[in-house]
Design a protein around this ligand. Structure first.
Ligand SMILES: Cc1ncc(C[n+]2csc(CCOP(=O)(O)OP(=O)(O)O)c2C)c(N)n1
Ligand SMILES: [Mg+2]
Length: 371
């Protein structure tokens, strides 16, 4: 058998440099109000400042367990979630702080969750990887790589079953794309025409493994795997919030109007290690690579240049937004520290819905061993 691809190593291609002034005029963005445009800046900065403060809390020994930071990827959560309407849902993996703040969860409840406090969004029992807020149609925060992808298909199935015009945004990392559950989800989503938009946040690494070393990568990109499932796909430059909105809106419209799924790949980068416990992240990538992204491709820096250039904000106002985000993050750390830990007797509460609602129990099985 001749293998024509063996010598090719296309790897992860960096997309062309973003031109935000031009991209702001594309159909998904042209109608945005000044308030909305400024709001994107505020939302991205709030996520970054919240996470920087959470990093400090971790270093101070206040957070137990994992802390996966989203710093560098903020444009994706903010851009995609800004397109959500009333019947749309969102679900993601463990790198979930950005998505949670973007759907409108408060810094207080998010920081308290990191510290394991009862005022946290998951009552202190979920931690960094398991933020939830069903009232905002935010279904987590999942620690099993690709575990959220069949759930994303299920949320979309529910929409279709209930004949609601909506869609589900299901985020995953580039490392999740080789999981069997993900491929089963793509198959069933396409076979049953489910309104789900799968969004690969391609930050180039799965823990310490570069994407080139873990995934067969067609020249056109990872999302092209959707071809095998007869599914719509696209590759998007994550350094531009406008490019993100333009590409994602098309997929969301397709899901809402024709109940068709999509697979999108958004190129991005994480500056921190896989988690804060990943102290060796400069060993599997170069300092130059990190510096290049920070200097030339950072989505917040590029967006700040855009708002200044288009005179939406002046330097002073930009600084004010930043200071307000820092103050809010600081206040959330205080709130979290002053909150109490969950009570011992509540340990099995909120674990199984049926345990907390025995009168509405549908199943007959035993829930706990000592029942
Ligand atoms: C099924 C499963 N296998 C392995 C792990 C351990 N693990 C946690 S995160 C991770 C890497 C995932 O990388 P990626 O999907 O690119 O997401 P990113 O961390 O870059 O956001 C691995 C292998 C896990 N949590 N679940
Ligand atoms: Mg990754």
């Amino acid at each position: 058998m001749t293998n024509t691809t063996a010598t090719k190593k296309p790897g992860r291609r960096k997309p062309a440099k973003a031109n935000l002034s031009k991209e702001a005029k594309t159909p998904a963005n042209a109608g945005l109000t000044d308030e909305e445009l400024v709001g994107f800046y505020r939302d991205m900065i709030r996520i970054r400042r919240f996470e920087e403060r959470s990093l400090r809390a971790y270093q101070q020994g206040k957070i137990a367990g994992f802390l996966h930071l989203y710093i560098g990827q903020e444009s994706i959560a903010v851009g995609c979630i800004s397109l959500m309407k009333e019947n749309d849902h969102v679900i993601t993996a463990y790198r979930d702080h950005g998505h949670a703040l973007a759907v409108g969860m408060s810094m207080d409840e998010c920081m308290a969750e990191l510290l394991g406090k009862e005022t946290g969004c998951s009552k202190g029992k979920g931690g960094s990887m398991h933020y939830f807020d069903p009232s905002k149609r935010f279904w987590g925060g999942h620690g099993i790589v690709a575990g959220q992808t069949p759930l994303g298909a299920g949320l979309a199935y529910a929409l279709k079953y209930q004949e609601k015009k909506g869609c589900t945004l299901c985020f995953l990392g580039d490392g999740a794309i080789n999981q069997g559950a993900f491929h089963e989800s793509l198959n069933i989503a396409s076979l049953w025409n489910l309104p789900v938009v799968y969004i690969i946040e391609n930050n180039g690494y799965s823990m310490g493994t570069s994407q080139e070393r873990s995934s067969v990568h067609p020249e056109v990109g990872l999302a092209a795997r959707a071809e095998g499932y007869n599914m719509n796909w696209a590759k998007i430059n994550g350094e531009s919030i406008f490019d993100i909105r333009e590409g994602v809106k098309k997929a969301m419209d397709l899901a809402r109007s024709e109940s068709k799924p999509s697979l999108l790949e958004i190129h991005t980068y994480r500056y921190q290690g896989h988690s804060i416990a990943d102290a060796n992240h400069k060993k599997y990538r170069t300092k130059e690579e990190i510096d290049d992204y920070r200097k030339n491709h950072d989505p917040i820096t590029l967006y700040r240049e855009f708002v200044l250039k288009s005179k939406l904000l002046n330097e002073e106002q930009v600084k004010e937004i930043d200071l307000a985000a820092k103050a809010e993050a600081e206040q959330s750390a205080k709130f979290a520290e002053e909150s109490g830990f969950p009570k011992e007797e509540d340990i099995v509460k909120d674990v199984y819905w049926e345990e907390d609602n025995p009168d509405e129990k549908l199943s007959q099985g035993r829930i706990f061993f000592n029942d």
